[in-house]
Design a binder for this molecule. Structure first.
Ligand code: AOF
Ligand code: ZN
Length: 380
């Protein structure tokens, strides 16, 4: 009997996780959370946190259940919040609606709420149980956990390259190395993050759109587009600056001198373009202040760095990444003046340090192979 009950509880929690995922990339720096309410062995309502600032998962499920929530069990993927934020505390609502017992998967990493709900609810006579789903939670909410604990987004470096790790051919062409199948997966990566970042060289040479081009789009928001350019020398006629294509914000990250240069390029800077300046004492762009600003001002919890080689090296050498996604095309470009390697700048990584990586996925994408590589530990 007890075993059966446990299996059922696990099933409801899995259902709550499926709910949580429905919000895609829309909760930004908030967590993905799902909730299921069960009474007499029947699911009476479900809910999820659907966008940043929106109703919390528990709130949605409780409101749907209404009076029926009295005496029911609540399954929620995250410890409920317990103080006023943008929303009222869920611990309040849980009591108000007469929930009998709650089951949660993990404690919240937000220090405001962490390890608080259980005591509050128990004092009100509500039974509280944890059903740990650590792996699922860490996967689902990697960006939220990273942001909440380090104030830096979850960073994915992405590149399409040849088997000898070249990003460009002899003429410097970097477009069309990988297959269509790889590009479809690359677009689905864009759909899972809040922002995509490229360097000025890639912007000026490729004139990219950096948008999600998938048939099935919901529940994805177009990611913000970020262009890294110390000099501010960016082609003003390129597509990302086109008012008509503005589906998302474009953020130009530059230096004070770069900003002056950039402003001269336009009669009027398009309204969807934001300029952020950072003082730089060395040749390297100050990434950490930029990343912190992206979290604070733009609610970016996950960032996809799409190149080129200089930009990828900048993040790699600064140890500012959590995952690397590589699409290997079955070609070889060899050496040559313009055939740049994946990381073009001098690296300080030693053979022993590279053990920090773990290959978490190997997948064929048409004629190519995709490797997903995780950093074992973050040191930010
Ligand atoms: C969510 N959705 O379903 C739950 C959250 O600013 P607020 O009021 O929206 O509160 C955000 C915090 O609430 C968030 O950092 C997390 O600690 C907690 N729980 N948040 O966005 C939810 N249950
Ligand atoms: Zn809440």
């Amino acid at each position: 009997m007890l075993y059966m009950q446990f299996q059922n509880h696990k099933k409801y929690m899995q259902m709550a996780f499926r709910e949580a995922k429905k919000a895609g990339n829309r909760t930004r720096t908030n967590p993905l959370v799902g909730a299921v309410i069960v009474k007499n062995g029947k699911v009476i309502s479900r809910g999820y946190h659907s966008f940043f600032g929106g109703l919390h998962a528990e709130e949605v499920a409780l409101k749907k259940a209404g009076n029926k929530a009295k005496g029911a069990d609540l399954f929620v993927t995250l410890e409920p919040c317990s103080t006023f934020g943008k929303r009222p505390p869920c611990t309040h609502l849980i009591q108000e609606y007469g929930i009998k017992s709650i089951y949660f998967a993990s404690y919240d990493v937000n220090p405001v709420h962490s390890h608080k709900a259980a005591n509050i609810l128990k004092k009100k006579g509500i039974a509280v149980h944890q059903i740990p789903f650590e792996k699922e939670q860490n996967e689902l909410n990697a960006p939220y956990i990273k942001c909440m604990t380090s104030h830096i987004p979850f960073i994915i470096l992405k590149a399409g390259l040849t088997l000898d790790a070249r990003l460009c051919d002899q003429k410097g062409n970097s477009k069309w190395i990988t297959s269509k199948a790889s590009r479809v997966i690359a677009h689905s990566l864009r759909a899972r993050v809040n922002a995509v970042l490229i360097g000025a060289k890639t912007f000026n040479s490729d004139n990219p759109r950096l948008n999600i081009r998938l048939k099935k789009r919901n529940p994805f928001d177009e990611p913000d587009k970020i262009i890294l350019s110390s000099s501010g020398k960016l082609n003003p006629r390129h597509r990302l600056f086109d008012q008509r294509l503005k589906k998302s914000r474009v953020i130009v990250a530059t230096t004070p001198q770069g900003k002056k240069h950039f402003l001269k390029l336009f009669k009027e800077v398009p309204r969807h373009v934001f300029i952020e300046t950072f003082q730089s004492s060395s040749k390297k762009f100050p990434l950490k202040p930029l990343l912190k600003k992206l979290v604070r001002r733009y609610c970016v919890s996950s960032l996809l760095v799409e190149g080129g080689a200089d930009t990828l090296s900048l993040f790699f050498n600064a140890d500012l990444y959590d995952r690397i996604v590589l699409f290997y095309s079955p070609r070889f470009f060899g050496t040559g003046r313009k055939t740049c390697p994946l990381f073009s700048r001098k690296t300080t990584h030693l053979a022993s340090q590279n053990l920090r990586h773990r290959i978490s996925c190997i997948q064929r994408t048409g004629p190519d192979v995709m490797l997903v590589i995780e950093r074992k530990k973050t040191s930010h």
